[in-house]
Design a protein around this ligand. Sequence first.
Ligand code: ACM
Length: 810
Amino acid sequence: MKPDCLHARRIPRLLNLHVPVAQHGDGLRDVDLRGSIPVMPSSKQCLFAALSVLLLAIGGCSGEPAHKPNPAIAESTLAIIPAPVLLQRHEGAFVVDADTPVIAEGAAGTVADRFIAQLAQTGRFSLRRAATARTAITFVLESTADESSEGYVLDVSPNGIRVAARSEQGLYRGAMTLWQLLVDGGDGPIRVAALHIEDAPRFAWRGLMIDSARHFLPVEDIKRVLDAMAQHKFNRFHWHLTDDQGWRVEIKRHPELATTGGCRIPLGDAGIDPRTGAAHAYCAYYTQEQIRDIVRYAAERYITVMPEFDVPGHAQAAVAAYPELGVLDQKPGVSSEWGINTYLFNVEESTFVFLDNVFSELMDLFPGAYIHVGGDEAVKQQWKNSARVQQRMRELGAKDEEAMQALLIERIGRHLATRGRILVGWDEILEGGAPRDAVIMSWRGIQGGIEAARHGNDVIMSPSDRLYLDYLQTDSPNEVPGRPTYIPLKMVYDYEPIPAELTADEARHILGAQANVWSEHLRTPERVERAIFPRAAALAEVLWTPVAQRDWNGFLARLPTQFARYERLGVAWSTTAFEARIAVDADPARGTAIASLSNSLDFGEIRYTLDGSEPNANSTRYAQPLSITLPAELRATAFLGAQPMAPSTRRVIDMRSLRERSNHELASCTQGLPLRLEDDGPFDGPRAIYTADIFNPCWLYRAADLDGIQRIAVRAGRMPYNFQLAGDEAHRKWRPARSAHGEFDVRAGCDGELLASRELPAQPGADGHIDLELEMPARSGKQDLCLYFTGDTRPTYWVVDTVRLLPRAQ
Ligand code: ACM
């Protein structure tokens, strides 16, 4: 098996070099200090040295340093994300060290203590509370009258730091800004420039959804994401806890939901224990105690947790646990297939009571105002085909299946309202008429949100083409698995939650927005984090910062500092957008190539080597396409100053590599439903990641140079076809097999001449792969080669791992 080339979880500490420096009087001036800060990987001493250089640089650039640089004191970069509403710089600074006392005025003790704890947890000072002090960090809760306000004021002066707010949550948001100001540098003192910040959010709903149903995220990992969310000033955690592939919350009245509904047997090698040959189930759920712990942990960060129990669709795991809840007279297994499953809850009164009971327990567990009832992707075939459901619909006065869903949702809404809760549903709940006070989560684009706002419903925007973070950021081979519809960082940053079509009155219904991270393809917590960060930082700024202050270049310049904070928090983040990309245009006949380097954000400086060594800040800076003599080994990295922004990219350019394409270098012949998928084995250890169009797995080797080519070698893996496609099943295509186990075919173009073909074995080898070599007819010039495997793609299908053109022996 090919390792999945996961990038190192952490990259060296990174510092923002775009530093606001003092002007006389108020106001900001930005000075770009790129290129001057040497910071070495995870060495506190080196970090100190680097920060002191930064300090000197600031002094040098401002012309009139407000203080004498002291190399033992780090300097806060002021790179705040999300950017505050107002930040004014003043003369002077305040140095915070381990002896700086913390004072809490009014009822500010709770927030002051949390601030102290979080600062210490992230490897900074262990500060102590004091009753009085000459200079201190002071938290002031001015009044508790305005509970809803999240605004705060933060002042730094040579006499100390003061964070003031009218509510605990506002004070906490201010504490998070202060945390950002204090965590730059090592664990020694830090100088914060004198400043005045006035800040408050643009939107009340600043959310992130995590899907624990498809892949379970352990409690500690959820907490780590909550820490990072708090630090970004998010305030809603939407927890997707139930789906076809798993029920993940303990329900005391109906324990089988979690114990049976929480277990699935993955298809393929992942579901077989190689030691025993027995089925290996993927089982997990959160106990009620764990749920309470997470709700408490989130509340301490002023984040409300909204659970989602998805009805009437995405119900297969629940029906697997209690078949009497289903429409069919059969007990399904918990689904091991992604996509759209057809299992619905039935509409018996006993099922309504069951659902009420489950929602009651959820309301006991989740004290927040909002409860999400799903409502998405409930294909109605089972209801349509069931005489009993049709009879019940008549009894209940539902004219069609949409009206039936609306009746069910309305009933649940009434149940939630008895305890003062507000129903939230995906935009499909508009179809049969949504309850007047329901909140609509617009995911199929923004149209549902527009319609709902016009109708007077509150709306949370979460359009899949902008804010689904399981969509990939770039086409890098180092992306985590996911959906290769690209949502790059800038697309998130440019997102505007208020649709232009709405009047000011209608726009008041847009509560905010949230990013959703579906986890079908995100098997590990680290991948979930890399999908979230740093795109969540971009969304945080969209949701907090006024439009007028949004500044993409400023955000990019602050981002490296944010990466250092992720490192402190222990969360992984994606560096793919910063990776150096190497494009090669080779002339094999002359033994030369032109290599062009870039990165997707066009950020920083790309440096490269041609001697096999790792690029560093002194390596040659890329300025124009490189003329290369083969063979060569090119390594490149984007740097900001001395900081590598991502692990280096390595490309060997020789005759062999020019004739070889790995899966990620091949195009798809069709544009059906491409997915970046993880192999099903080995059981333990890293698994290969392949891109395949699951509607028609077929790969294109563009412009293959066939001069002198005699054979073609292919390495292929095999995966279980683990998708339910509901109405899209008709799009699933394959070419018929001509022999018992099908063939591997090579065509000249997708429908061109069959150039080579080879029968496939019944099974892959022990390592899960096959290696084939095929004779190629003599051809000259360049030709698109179409590569595919014949035969039904269910229950398993082959995928091209690598393909290589083999020349005639010289
Ligand atoms: C969804 O993505 N099905 C809400």
